[in-house]
Design a protein. Structure first.
Length: 348
């Protein structure tokens, strides 16, 4: 028979304990590739002419739509680094007309960070897709790593591109700049580096998330203890151990310590009939980020394992009188009978 009994202990409690990882933090990477980004588009060859009245430069700016680049999935682990790359597919900058220069620049704003490159030519043409200019790399600052965590696209992801022409002589025809093809495209990708989450288990070689401890049948009022172990199968350490009561009879405690690392305790009971006690508890652990140089706090995860505990208690058995006690009881009864008979005869 299983019945719910009010516990002399708290219904819910928590405490903190540290459990070292069984291995060093396991670093892993995942690459996310976005759709093509339009750096510049327009009619014709996107010509930008200088001011023919005086020396100077004319800028033609193209503000593009945000790119589409996926965030880091926090179920993978704790994000420690985000490195992005924006690469021009193919483009040529052409200068024509009066003496002067043509320029091309682009800026990438991603996850709260901003990087840019610029180049110019006084010759007739320049290949913009060369490695030294056509690829822009970024490494996110630690303060902005949380902007990369989620299950959607990075919200802060856009480019700003400028094309310029600058005439250097006077009383000359204008200097022009143009880029081909139309539109100018770039590819974007990002490499996320992360440490795998912690993973609590009741077994050392496999992921066991449930365990039953049976204290057996106990004497009335007796308490009991039994040790058990918890292992970490993940990359990060386990910390912030929180114990919560889930269901059944709340007559059990769990604490760190004991010969196997953890101790389960049953509180003694004094039932009036044979009683079975059954309680389930949850142990929740949080990733330990100790030792990580930087990390996205929003990617820190928790994992839990459940412990079921059983115990039965027999009621106290009435004591059997000793033979001497029986003799005294019989003698007493005989004396009571004799006295009653004498009183009856006296009255008659």
């Amino acid at each position: 028979m299983n019945h719910r009994t009010a516990s002399p202990r708290k219904k819910l409690f928590a405490f903190i304990v540290s459990l070292a990882a069984v291995s060093a933090a396991q670093a892993a990477t995942v690459t996310v590739t976005g759709t093509n980004v339009t750096l510049m588009s327009g009619t014709g060859n996107l010509r930008a002419f200088d001011d023919t009245a005086s020396n100077g430069s004319v800028l033609k700016t193209q503000n593009n739509s945000p790119g589409s680049l996926g965030q880091f999935d926090p179920s993978l682990g704790v994000l420690t680094d985000a490195t992005g790359t924006l690469t021009i597919v193919a483009a040529t900058l052409t200068r024509a007309g009066s003496p002067g220069s043509a320029g091309f620049s682009y800026q990438w704003q991603l996850g709260g960070n901003s990087w840019s490159k610029s180049t110019s030519t006084t010759g007739t043409s320049l290949n913009l897709a060369t490695p030294n200019f056509g690829s822009l790399s970024l490494v996110s600052s630690a303060a902005n790593l949380n902007n990369f965590v989620g299950l959607g696209n990075i919200g802060q992801n856009s480019t700003n591109t400028q094309l310029s022409a600058n005439r250097t002589g006077i009383n000359l025809s204008g200097t022009s700049a143009s880029v081909t093809p139309n539109p100018v495209l770039a590819t974007e990708s990002i490499v996320y580096t992360y440490s795998t989450h912690s993973n609590a288990s009741f077994a050392s070689g496999s992921d066991v998330n449930g365990l039953t401890i049976d204290f057996g049948q106990l004497d009335v009022g007796a308490s009991a203890d039994q040790g058990f172990s918890i292992f970490n199968l993940g990359g990060l350490g386990l910390t912030n151990f929180t114990l919560s009561y889930l269901s059944g009879d709340n007559l059990f405690d769990i604490a760190a310590g004991g010969p196997n690392g953890y101790n389960a305790h049953f509180a003694g009971q004094s039932p009036t009939a044979l009683a079975g006690y059954d309680g389930t508890y949850r142990l929740t652990f949080t990733d330990s980020v100790v030792g990580l140089g930087q990390y996205a706090s929003s990617s820190i995860g928790t994992n839990y394992i459940d412990l079921r505990m059983l115990a039965s208690v027999a009621p106290a058995v009435a004591a059997v009188p000793e033979p001497e006690t029986y003799g005294m009881m019989l003698a007493g009864l005989g004396l009571v009978g004799f006295m009653t008979k004498r009183r009856y005869q006296a009255e008659v």
